[in-house]
Design a protein around this ligand. Structure first.
Ligand code: PEP
Length: 254
């Protein structure tokens, strides 16, 4: 099945409001033939979501994503942000379970499950990140780890809900390290994820996008995204420079 490729830039804790606006303007102006052919989103920090959302509404077909969310609707949760608040700013997507959240901020498969369900209930499409740490890869446990993260993070969802989700396979050892998975390593894990999604969602799984993330750069993006089950990219470092991110987006064109 032909799936529209989906490329999302995760800006992490980078960019002031003014810097964010400058970057998004450059991106919108440079999409060229990729506009409308590749789905493109950016995930600025919370502080820049409003301004970037307004900038995007004026300037083009790039969608807004958040980097995280809390699962409760409201309440005494200092420092947290709800699904309603993100929807209010025009967020169409939200990253969940990024390995940095799992590593440094106590994210678990259970909190991923709660956040994913809350986002779906609030009309925001989750990008659910999974991926094995280096020790698990070296111990030959990659598929076991990813299997657990996918099944537990997506537990209890209907086929229709699953159809709204993007899964991002991000091997932890490849994030921010300059070490990218080989195309064969990526395809092996993506195909395994697709098989699990078929068990969970039936034929809906054939339309679900599975992004690859982990040191995606202009020179490796096309090869990675040419694999049959690699349906786009979640891009960290290279999404902070417009020429690099635009080159990666162009790499998604067939
Ligand atoms: C990420 O953090 O989602 C990521 C893939 O980072 P990088 O591209 O910098 O490896």
């Amino acid at each position: 099945m032909a799936r529209t490729k989906f490329v999302c830039g995760n800006w992490k804790m980078h960019k002031t409001v003014a810097e964010s606006l400058a970057l998004v303007k450059e991106l919108a102006g440079g999409l060229g033939e990729a506009a409308g052919k590749v789905q493109v989103a950016v995930a600025p920090p919370f502080t820049a979501l409003k301004a970037v959302g307004e900038g995007l509404a004026r300037s083009g077909p790039i969608e807004l994503s958040a980097q995280d969310v809390h699962w409760e609707k409201q309440g005494a949760f200092t420092g947290e942000v709800s699904v309603t608040m993100l929807a209010d700013l025009g967020c169409r997507h939200c990253i969940v379970g990024h390995s940095e959240r799992r590593q440094f901020f106590g994210e678990t498969d259970e909190t991923v499950r709660k956040k994913t369900a809350a986002l779906l209930a609030g009309g925001i499409a989750p990008i659910v990140c999974v991926g094995e740490p280096r020790a698990e890869r070296e111990a030959g446990r990659t598929l076991e780890v990813v299997d657990r993260q996918v099944r537990q993070g997506l537990a209890g969802l209907s086929g229709e809900q699953l159809g709204k989700i993007t899964v991002a396979y991000e091997p932890v050892w490849a994030i921010g390290t300059g070490k990218t998975a080989t195309t064969a390593q990526a395809q092996e894990v993506h195909a395994t994820i697709r098989t699990i999604l078929r068990e969970l969602a039936g034929t809906v799984a054939d339309s679900m996008r599975i992004q690859y993330g982990g040191s995606v750069k202009p020179d490796n993006a096309r090869d990675l995204m040419s694999q049959p089950d690699v349906d786009g990219a979640l891009v960290g470092g290279a999404s902070l420079k417009a020429p690099d991110f635009l080159a990666i987006v162009r790499g998604a064109l067939r």
